[in-house]
Design a protein around this ligand. Sequence first.
Ligand SMILES: Nc1ncnc2c1ncn2[C@@H]1O[C@H](COP(=O)(O)OP(=O)(O)O)[C@@H](O)[C@H]1O
Ligand SMILES: [Mg+2]
Length: 216
Amino acid sequence: MSRDGVKKPGRFLTVEGGEGVGKSTQIVALADAIRKAGFDVVITREPGGTPGAEAIRQLLLGGSAERWLPRTEALLFAAARSDHVERLIKPALENGKWVISDRFLDSSRAYQGGGSGLSDNDILALHKIGSQGLLPDRTLVLRLDTNEAMKRASSRDAGHADRIQSRDSGFHTDVDNAFVGFAEKESRIRLVDASGPEEVVTSRLLSEISDLLELS
Ligand SMILES: Nc1ncnc2c1ncn2[C@@H]1O[C@H](COP(=O)(O)OP(=O)(O)O)[C@@H](O)[C@H]1O
Ligand SMILES: [Mg+2]
């Protein structure tokens, strides 16, 4: 609620990019900065964010790399997202909160679309059915050299990668290329250099949402 008693709209931000680029680290810093600007912030993640979606997350991230066929995997992601949107994201936005999700639809488009036999339109159709096509107000894509990202992720995980992380580095480069392609066509999607110290990356991210902070 603003001082004049008018309820301000909630904003929906998503942070995307390959494994190890610094998404989780930066989301904490972004949330701090947005809270300092006077807003309530909810941090969430995909797949997951609600009890039902976290249960689906276990199915998606556990087991062998070949556990699910691409179509099954895309449907599981869309089902998890539906629960997450209806039960957490939409209610928070309706209450005027800012929601920051660690991955969202564009990860499905980058990972499950393209090479896996499903088109971008197929993934968007699943999103329309599952989540009424809800799109973020802004999507921040962190980009880092693949080797550097793998180094960051492996020092964090001490060698314990999940099903999707354990796919090869060529796959990670394809994912990054997919995000670049989306950003060329959709103005809500911004590419952000994830190299350098954490605080420098945070200020790059804040400059990509400064318009939203001022208008709110
Ligand atoms: N700017 C940075 N410089 C160096 N290391 C970083 C930076 N940002 C994050 N890290 C470290 O890299 C690892 C991966 O970061 P994380 O936020 O977990 O990435 P993601 O969530 O994208 O997989 C973590 O150990 C984190 O502390
Ligand atoms: Mg993370």
